[in-house]
Ligand binder design. Sequence first.
Ligand SMILES: [Zn+2]
Length: 446
Amino acid sequence: VKPPPSRIRRLDDWAAACLGLPRPLSRDGLDAARLDRLNRLIARLRRASPFHRARGDLPERPFASLAEIASLGFTTPADLVRADPPLLAVSQGSVDRVVTLPTSGTSGAPKRIAFSAADRAATVDFFTAGMGLFTEAGDRVAFLFPAERPGGVGNGLGEAVRRLAAEPLAIPIGPVDEMVARLRHERPTVLAGPPVAILAAARRAGHDGGERLAVRAVLVSSDRAGPAMKRAIATALGAEVHDHWGMTETGFGGAVDCACHDGLHLREPDLLVEIVDPVSGRPLPTGEVGEIVVTTLAHEAMPLLRYRTGDRGRLMPGGCACGSVLARLDPAIERFDEAIALVGGTVISPAALDERLFGFDAVGDVGLEAVGDPADRLIVRIRTVAGAGDADLAARLRAAVIEDSAVAAAIARGGLMVELGFVETPPSLAKRRVVRTGAARSGGSG
Ligand SMILES: [Zn+2]
């Protein structure tokens, strides 16, 4: 059933309101307003940003088009870690909240991203529009969040849900049976959280003989979710699955898919997204895959100009059937640093293995460990939903892994060893990371 036009247009109406533009939102009007935001941002950073003052890289004359942004240099996660000179563009007194993010780099120093009260309010506005695509008044909206992070319904999500006259609920991610028990007790109609936690709970609830979960809509966020994973969640719950892209650096919310599920509509009033060649840094045309680079047009406390996200993705050409003028990101987004180089010269992406493995009903989570660099051992740890003792299942899962062309080539050319095992406890049900360990069987050159 096609949702009513008022809901389809909710994101465009939010964008128009955000920029003081008339409805219906037009592409030309949107771009003119964004160019104005960009020029005002650059003028402000020239005055107020110690980082950009030290760099001296910002032009005095305003840009005549958004494309001219390509003349500016990039900012990187390393700039945020170093923070010297700081990227903060307001006084310390205007900072409402600082989020500290661990980095995978060797220094171990965290990134710190500052937000003002206005930044938080802008995020709540976007969440309200985004959650409003699938949340109705009276819904009970459960957020699954990592138990080690207190206040998981922070970041304005709870407030956005309350504005939609729905009720936010917080459910910590933990042992699957406990999550299922909590979900049966709280009876949410909408579920939001990391895809692997939602899938594990959904599949367990479908297998344990208990009451089924009456969830109508799901928002997967904060970790990769490929088509097989989203299909599996939709099937296990009988729910419509929406996908989300965003990061702390973008002010959390970044893009969400509408009822057409044909790309994630970008939060364009606040974000200018470019796709660049990851090696040359040159902008790529719409439709080509490269690194996602983000400029936070409306961020007050710590605006980022041309920030290299390390995410690999593309903008989708053409328009969405919903009629929105907001540009769309292809949901197939991966981290560049998650790719695993294998012996024999091939590279495997964890997302490709997800696609092969999450189609199996029994699979609740997949963990990868790469031994050596390039890896000559690939360890695939699978947590099953019901019964791991099935020898035939192990053989079929193993076959699915070694049928991947990159894995097959690494076996043939480099003697890659693939080990597949079942585990009781996954490393995490929140953000999944490839584990990389050092020397392999040869005892290693390091
Ligand atoms: Zn759409």
